[in-house]
Design a protein around this ligand. Structure first.
Ligand code: PGA
Length: 251
């Protein structure tokens, strides 16, 4: 079970240090793997705070090239050097506001893996797509495009987060049944792409308004192996409560 916090564009380095300390204290004793993904400028500070704890560090995006004249961008080598283990890729906010495409996600995924970072690949449909009964096809296509030409030899080298766009930041989570149904489809896709053992081993996270009150039910589904948490990860107590719900499930 992996519980990862996506802090998005929240926290100054000072605030991030405080939050990371809270997470390290509250969540690190839990039986689940815990990770936080702060903004770039907070990574170094948070890495220092997390030193010696079991909480892993992740970034929210990465550039597809090694280095070069790409003003404002951050490379995989930089993330690796600052202590990141994970990197979120293809988050719907990046797809929606920053022109992230399936092709750029594919390139970034390769780049992340070449530098030893574990991608948390985000997929998910919009409300219109769900209402048009296209949700599964959309998610299947996003996965196929992102994973095309990428081999996997270790299930720990990839994490997939199913995040229905209509559930992100809205307070309206997918039902456990809706989430499980999609996760089962994602699991099947992984099995047919990488074989049964690897497909079974990849962590599938649910994201979209996961909170302390609904975490147990969501995390209790057979193909849900964790959560990608936005707003509820900005307070150590609520984030730790979700991690505790996960720990109950794996107990
Ligand atoms: P939320 O965000 O928990 O605030 O809905 C989840 C995400 O975008 O990763």
């Amino acid at each position: 079970m992996l519980i990862a916090g996506n802090w998005k564009m929240h926290t100054t380095p000072t605030e991030a240090a405080r939050l990371a300390r809270g997470v390290a204290e509250a969540a690190a004793t839990s039986a689940v793997r815990v990770a936080v993904c702060p903004p770039y400028v907070c990574l170094e500070t948070v890495a220092r705070v997390l030193q010696g704890s079991d909480v892993a560090l992740g970034a929210q995006d990465v550039h597809a090239e090694d280095e070069g004249a790409y003003t404002g961008e951050v490379s995989a080598a930089m993330l690796q050097d600052v202590g990141c283990h994970y990197v979120i890729l293809g988050h719907s906010e990046r797809r929606q506001y920053y022109g992230e495409t399936d092709a750029s996600v594919n390139a970034k995924l390769g780049q992340a893996r070449r530098h030893g970072l574990v991608p948390i690949l985000c997929v998910g449909e919009t409300l219109e797509q769900r209402q048009a009964r296209q949700a599964e096809a959309v998610v299947r296509d996003q996965m196929a495009a992102a994973l095309d030409a990428h081999e996997l030899d270790d299930a720990d080298g990839l994490v997939i987060a199913y995040e229905p766009v209509w559930a992100i930041g809205t307070g309206e989570s997918a039902t456990p049944e809706q989430a499980q149904e999609m996760h089962a489809m994602i699991r099947q896709e992984l099995q047919s792409r990488y074989g049964r053992a690897l497909g079974d081993g990849v962590h599938l996270l649910y994201g979209g308004s996961m909170k302390p009150h609904n975490a147990a039910e969501l995390l209790g589904q057979p193909d849900i192996n964790g959560g990608l948490i936005g707003s509820a990860s900005l307070e150590a107590e609520s984030f730790a409560a979700i991690a505790a719900a996960g720990a109950e499930v794996v107990r």
